[in-house]
Design a binder for this molecule. Structure first.
Ligand code: NAD
Length: 416
């Protein structure tokens, strides 16, 4: 089997799908690994390291393999360069980028989205959403500290005492918990809020305070372990109650998300107005619409004397470790696809393979992706590409659970 790795082309993308350490393991297992020259350059991984690992580096070969491993979704041009029958692994935004899924199906590419890998215990080592969210959460806490003109820790100096900064983290999923842990390590007094009450203990175990809003909100965890979409009225009550809490903070890191949907609006303009001049908001949800009303994606703006940072693709700003973790996720997924002789074997009876598959045999086979593309549940009214074990729920619910219905086991969050 030939595995190829292109140099990422999307703007600002500095990660690479394979690091030399993983390339070495794959070549030892009989996989023929080939990279586009400079593929690892932005992650500080020169071509020579890949060649030492047994891979080859060759111009124009990044999309030529039986399997192509990428980070960012492929461009139309890249899809056009892939041969029919190619297997593609990467982030594909299946619920929000229907044109990519359509183009991949038309090109006859069998694609697997890292976002769609079921979040079951067996697939934890393949969970790129978690690995990259860990990077984003860490980075968000550092950004907040850097942009704030105040110390995070409490200091007692000869020139006087400094009070610790107060930091609020909104959304305590993988990124939020990592942001809490990092802000705590830097010495801030941290509190956090999430609509899933299950996270209360996790927040407290990291030394932060769980913010309870007295708004009569039922626990908002869905069957898959994700947050459900709140009603308009619930959201309104939540925003108003949060405004008071936010007003007393030096820094706010917002990470709230509902898979496949626009990010919930949590920080209204009035909340920003209540913050002290010089305070900082880092909105990790900027890419999906922002948790703050005043966020401008990709920009840092100052509104009402508060700095609002709306970073895009934060994991790419720490490419060395982001690539290392992502590459391990890819390696684990490949472990399900490659037999003992190093040959490609796709077993669609495996719920991970079936759940992550977006396109196969010229069709979009992932239920959430089909819905996003405006297609009926299945071409022939039955389940597609061995997805019998999933996608039986109401199509309306698929956007809440990345199109899969597997049980999300209560894995320990990485930040814990
Ligand atoms: N392998 C596994 O079993 C596995 C791996 C990773 C994560 N998980 C679980 O998946 C779940 C979600 O993880 P994620 O980090 O991908 O989440 P996410 O990125 O989808 O969302 C981030 C956080 O925002 C919260 N949120 C949503 N709407 C909100 C609102 N209106 N107000 C406040 N907070 C809001 C969510 O509850 C979540 O904690 C968690 O239960 C996590 O423990 C399981």
């Amino acid at each position: 089997m030939k595995l190829s790795v292109p140099k990422e082309t999307s703007e600002g993308e500095r990660r690479v799908a394979l690091v030399p350490e993983v390339a070495k393991k794959l070549t030892e297992d009989g996989v023929d690994v080939v990279l586009e020259p400079g593929a690892g350059e932005c992650s500080h991984l020169p071509d020579a390291l890949y060649e030492e690992a047994g891979a080859s580096v060759s111009e124009g070969q990044g999309l030529s393999g039986d399997v192509v491993a990428k980070v960012a979704p492929p461009s139309t041009e890249e899809i056009g360069r892939m041969e029919q029958g190619t297997v593609l692994i990467g982030f594909l935004a299946p619920l929000t980028a229907p044109d990519t899924a359509k183009a991949l199906a038309e090109a006859g590419v069998t694609s697997f989205a890292m976002e769609a890998i079921p979040r079951i215990s067996r697939a934890q080592s393949m969970d790129a959403l978690s690995s990259q969210a860990t990077v984003a959460g860490y980075r968000a806490a550092l950004l907040t500290a850097q942009e704030l003109g105040r110390f995070f820790p409490m200091l007692s100096t000869a020139a006087g005492a400094i009070r610790p900064a107060k930091v609020l983290v909104l959304g305590a999923g993988v990124a939020g918990l990592q942001a809490i842990a990092t802000a705590r390590r830097l010495g801030a007094v941290v509190s956090a809020f999430d609509v899933r009450s299950a996270v209360e203990e996790q927040i407290q175990s990291l030394g932060a305070k769980f913010v309870k809003l007295d708004i009569g909100l039922e626990d908002a965890e869905d069957a898959g372990g994700y947050a459900r979409q709140l009603t308009d009225e619930e959201q309104q009550r939540q925003r108003e109650a949060l405004a008071d809490v936010i007003g007393g903070m030096d820094g706010v890191i917002s990470t709230a998300a509902v898979p496949g949907r626009k990010a919930p609006l949590l920080i209204i303009e009035d909340a920003v107005r209540q913050m002290k001049p010089g305070s900082v908001i880092v909105d990790l949800a900027a890419e999906t619409g922002g948790n703050c009303e005043l966020t401008e994606p990709g920009e840092t703006v100052v509104r009402h004397n508060v700095k609002i940072v709306g970073p895009i693709n934060l994991p790419s700003s720490m490419p060395d470790h982001a690539s290392q973790l992502y590459s391990k996720n890819v390696q684990s997924l490949l472990g399900l696809m490659v037999d003992d002789e190093g040959a490609l074997q796709l077993n669609f009876d495996d719920e991970v393979i079936a759940g992550a598959c977006i396109t196969h045999d010229g069709l979009i086979v992932h239920l959430g992706a089909r819905k996003a593309a405006g297609l009926p549940e299945a071409e022939d009214g039955g389940d597609a590409a061995g997805q019998e074990s999933q996608d039986t729920q109401d199509a309306d619910d698929t956007q809440d659970s990345e199109g899969t219905e597997q049980d999300v086991e209560s894995a320990e969050p990485e930040a814990k």
